[in-house]
Ligand binder design. Structure first.
Ligand code: NDP
Ligand code: A1CAB
Length: 265
């Protein structure tokens, strides 16, 4: 499959991370990528690699077959409306990673029949370890295969219905922050029991990585693996039960639902 010239509109935290992943994977050569933001000077680390960086969205869209929109939800409509005339539904496809903007609305802006995708990656896309949930409208089988391959090169691509897009935002995209907060708390505890911060960081992060790999490689539920760790009358179950008495699982579940309801607002 020939890889297509791609414009990322909005080279911020996520847009930049997608660009990093695309370049690191070799899915795109620097010359096949255009990255925009108003402050184009902030994209110098990409221009130094040969990526075309600019604040001119119109020029970027006109030059690209694949357009990735990574703008904030509050200005995406206004910015895309201004570019409305530049979209070519017969030659391009649009991928939005913007939270909470439905495909129907994106199609209205980009033109009837525009192949539209919503993708929900997380910032681990920069190191090709994202989970990216994807849905689509008006796309051909070839276009679906292309976009799945693109995000598959940057981690794991999961096809979902659009109605689950907000839920995937919370579990996958926000989830990075939740997992990191777990690690931070573990580091804080690790320091209390004697480690220096660097060693605690390494132990906590590698332990989370190992736990995740046990589930992914073994296709298992966490409790199966927890049972193997909890020696009767041992220290693991004592700690786990205390965490639950303090509301550990409950606070995560409540946080996830609050985050979800915030998107619905
Ligand atoms: N961060 C994350 O982990 C995730 C974010 N998302 C979604 O991705 C989107 C982007 O989020 P995030 O990367 O965090 O936000 P950022 O604010 O980091 O990135 C948005 C970028 O858009 C640029 N921008 C603003 N206006 C324009 C314009 N008119 N033309 C071109 N570029 C413009 C801004 O740069 P400048 O001001 O220089 O123009 C900024 O760099 C959001 O919709 C968010 O919901 C989804 C999943 C995960
Ligand atoms: O916090 C946010 O609203 C965005 C969406 C997912 C990650 N960051």
């Amino acid at each position: 499959m020939e890889n297509k010239k791609t414009a990322i509109i909005g080279g911020g935290n996520l847009g930049g991370a997608i660009a990093d992943g695309l370049l690191e994977s070799g899915f795109l050569q620097p010359s096949q990528l255009i990255l925009t933001r108003r402050n184009a000077g902030a994209l110098s680390r990409f221009s130094e690699k040969g990526v075309h960086t600019t604040s001119d969205n119109l020029q970027a869209i006109q030059a690209a077959e694949v357009i990735v929109v990574a703008l904030k939800p509050y200005n995406v409509r206004e910015v895309l409306q201004e570019l409305k005339a530049a979209f070519r539904p017969d030659k391009q496809l649009l991928i939005s990673v913007v939270t909470g903007v439905p495909m129907e609305e994106l199609e209205k802006i980009a033109g009837e029949g525009m192949p539209v995708f919503r993708a929900m990656p997380n910032t681990a896309i920069a190191i090709r370890e994202s989970v990216t949930c994807i849905c689509h409208k008006n796309a051909t089988g070839q276009q679906v295969a292309y976009v799945s391959e693109m995000f598959g090169q940057l981690g794991v691509a999961v096809p979902i219905d659009e109605k689950l897009m907000d839920a995937s935002t919370v579990l996958g995209a926000c989830g990075i922050a939740y997992a990191l907060r777990f690690i931070r708390a573990s580091i804080q505890g690790g320091i209390e029991i004697g480690f220096d911060v660097r060693t605690a960081n390494l132990i906590a992060a590698q332990t989370v990585k190992g736990a995740a790999e046990l589930l992914i490689r073994g296709n298992r539920h966490p409790e199966e693996e927890i049972d193997k760790v909890t020696t009767p009358k041992g220290c693991t179950i004592a700690g786990l039960n205390e965490m639950e008495h303090q509301g550990f699982s409950s606070s995560l579940i409540k946080g996830i639902t609050v985050s979800y309801n915030k998107i619905k607002e």
